[in-house]
Write a protein that binds this ligand. Structure first.
Ligand code: ATP
Length: 279
């Protein structure tokens, strides 16, 4: 069980997230929706402490995540895989090594240039990485440079990389916002697969309500940092959506999507285990 208790985050005068309390049982797939600026990313990033809460607590199976420091915090981040809108792969590295990057936290001393990194992982981890790719139909792309893949393929590589951490929770921050509908579907299918087959809890920020309805067993709707709806997809009717946001579903999708793409360019995420790679 992941518990968020009265979680808030302010940025100066902006209350990005305000008093959010949620109990998320292990193995649930939760879609977090809301317009641009509603606080979705901030909420997700607080779970793995990329963003520190201003107030409130996070507990996971009784452990107070908000108190973790040092190695214990790094361990927590390993247990929370994260997927970003812009994939955050190392573009000039081959796909297989990108997936192996997900194991870096298991080898704190492992350093080297990107070119030699692959050889430094044990053979069983290389095999594990290949299996992770194969699962998402990408074994054939293993030797290719990551930047030669389509967006949907790159995002599935990012999921395979996250799976190498053997996470309990997957945080997906707008994972399909940069993808066309066909690629978006392959990525959402991959997230559903790890949720169902591996029992991993998935928290997924989404812009389209229809996607959340189709893939998530529970929808949390944010408005100005507050939870306005928390329930089963079927309960979030057109009338309820209009009550919360004052717009139709089509208008909601349109307003949620447009500014996000522009803003995301200026907000590249920095997952602890990927960024520190030596150039
Ligand atoms: N690092 C930051 N510094 C200052 N303000 C921030 C920061 N991160 C987020 N905010 C502000 O907090 C509010 C919530 O932002 P957040 O990115 O969490 O929303 P979002 O729902 O994820 O939006 P989008 O869908 O556009 O990504 C916004 O007003 C945003 O400008």
């Amino acid at each position: 069980m992941l518990q968020l208790e009265n979680l808030s985050r302010r940025f100066g005068a902006t209350a990005a997230v305000s008093g959010v309390s949620l109990s998320i049982p292990a193995g649930q797939m939760v879609g977090v929706i809301g317009r641009s600026g509603a606080g979705k990313s901030t909420l997700l990033r607080m779970v793995n402490r990329l963003t520190e809460p201003s107030e409130g607590r996070i507990l996971h199976e009784g452990q107070e995540v908000t108190r973790l420091r040092g190695q214990a915090l790094r361990d927590w981040r390993t247990r929370c895989g994260m997927i970003f809108q812009q994939f955050n792969l190392v573009p000039r590295l081959d796909v297989l090594t990108n997936v192996l990057v997900g194991r870096l936290n298991h080898h704190p001393g492992l350093l080297g240039t990107l070119g030699t990194l692959f050889k430094r992982f044990p053979a069983e981890e290389r095999a594990m990485a290949l299996m992770a790719l194969d699962r998402f139909d990408l074994a054939g792309q293993a030797p290719q440079r990551a930047d030669t893949l389509s967006g949907g393929q790159q995002q599935r590589v990012a999921i395979a990389r996250a799976m190498m951490q053997q996470p309990r929770i997957l945080l997906a921050d707008e994972p399909i916002a940069s993808l066309d509908p066909r690629n978006a579907r392959t990525v959402m299918d991959a997230l559903r697969d790890v949720n169902r087959r591996d029992g991993i809890t998935v928290l997924c920020n989404l812009h389209h309500l229809e996607t959340a309805r189709e893939y998530c067993g529970r929808i949390v709707a944010l408005q100005a940092g507050r939870v306005m709806f928390d329930g089963a997809p079927g309960e979030l009717t057109a009338a309820r959506l209009r009550d919360i946001y004052g717009v139709s579903e089509a208008e909601f999708d349109e307003q949620s999507t447009a500014p996000a793409a522009a803003r995301s360019a200026g907000r590249q995420a920095s997952p602890g285990r990927v960024a520190p790679l030596p150039a």
